[in-house]
Design a protein. Structure first.
Length: 255
């Protein structure tokens, strides 16, 4: 009776609440599907995201799509133009470099804290995450382009630093990981066409995991940074070096 009375005071009956919940659910679906296509590179950089086109593509209404695009805009996954709608941001080399530089600071700090407080449960989760990554690598020759690899790769990096007790570090790490995904799809596209590169990519993750489980924070963080450096070089198509501060990458001419 309390719930009924409360709904009446707000002017909303059961049918109204059901409609609101339906809109929220469809907005979440729109958000997830659009973000997945952005990360996978299906929605190409520079593409205008017209509501009518998205309705046809996803089979969803205009309202949930607009709510999803506003949410993605707040997270910098899409650009929002006054009176001109939304668009996929361009891939910017300098931005990717800065994202990876921020990941050096945040992720190595989170990894050091995780290693300092390592537990058997964390080790088991990390080994299992790597096992799933290995299984995904055996699905097909172009496994790097598969959703299974993408999901397993995300899970591995999440588990790697999951023992960190600082929720702010974990939040920033998650945001930076998501922002880098649009760029890292380019590395997967390049590596997918090169068997030695594919093998090296899997081995990079194994080497990071081994050092972390052994409790060697210096080696683990160094290998994680090297993993990021190779991604930057592959995506940019040019060499980068770790600057003297060891907290950022730079092009040789910028040293």
């Amino acid at each position: 009776m309390f719930l009924v009375a409360r709904s009446s005071r707000n002017g909303r009956g059961p049918d109204d609440m059901s409609r609101i919940e339906g809109v929220i659910s469809r907005s979440s679906e729109a958000y997830e599907r659009i973000r997945e296509d952005l990360i996978a590179g299906i929605l190409l950089p520079g593409t205008k995201l017209a509501i009518s086109d998205l309705q046809e593509r996803y089979g969803l209404g205009a309202m949930p799509l607009r709510e999803a695009l506003n949410r993605l805009s707040a997270e910098q996954f899409v650009l929002k133009y006054d009176q001109r709608g939304f668009a996929v941001p361009p891939l910017d080399a300098s931005e990717f470099l800065e994202i990876q530089n921020a990941r050096i600071v945040v992720d190595t700090a989170a990894l050091r804290e995780t290693i300092a407080s390592e537990t058997r449960d964390w080790e088991d989760r990390l080994v299992l995450a790597y096992h799933h990554l290995t299984k995904a690598s055996k699905l097909s020759p172009d496994y790097l382009l598969s959703a299974e690899w993408s999901h397993s790769h995300t899970a591995f990096h999440k588990e790697l630093i999951s023992g960190c007790k600082n929720n702010w570090l974990l939040m920033f790490a998650d945001q930076l990981f998501k922002q880098s995904q649009r760029y890292r799809v380019r590395r997967r596209q390049i590596d997918a066409e090169d068997p030695p590169r594919r093998a090296n990519l899997l081995e990079e993750h194994r080497a990071i995991m081994d050092a972390a489980i052994e409790g060697d924070a210096e080696t683990a963080t160094a290998r994680l940074i090297e993993h990021y450096r190779r991604s930057v070089e592959t995506v940019l198509g040019e060499p980068v070096e770790l600057c003297s501060s060891h907290l950022r990458f730079c092009r040789p001419q910028e040293k």
